[in-house]
Design a protein. Structure first.
Length: 106
């Protein structure tokens, strides 16, 4: 048999552990219930990895389709508001990015 003090310490430790587990579970349930509306969706840029020669063009699209997005091209080339990209004169690996009105990114 355990002594009174040891029994009390173990009882409090058990109660504290139970409270932490319950609080963590509730936080997980609340986060999963509210999460999809809070988190920004990921956008897939199509085509995902085009290979272009300098001066060639491609029109990018989104999956899922979305309006009112902002396109950006890093490094070389230019992209218009409708996703029409023209490769720059310098060969290299470049990135096209898109941002949606609700924080979606691709």
């Amino acid at each position: 048999m355990l002594k009174g003090t040891t029994r009390r310490v173990l009882a409090w430790a058990t109660a504290l552990t139970t409270a932490v587990v319950i609080a963590s579970g509730m936080a997980l349930i609340i986060d999963s219930a509210m999460g999809p509306g809070r988190r920004a969706r990921a956008l897939a840029v199509i085509p995902p990895e085009p290979v272009l020669c300098p001066g060639q063009a491609v029109v990018f699209a989104l999956d899922p389709p979305l309006e009112d997005v902002q396109w950006a091209a890093t490094g070389g080339g230019e992209i218009s508001a409708d996703g029409h990209y023209v490769a720059g004169a310098t060969p290299g690996d470049y990135e096209v990015q898109v941002a949606g009105p609700s924080g979606e990114r691709g």
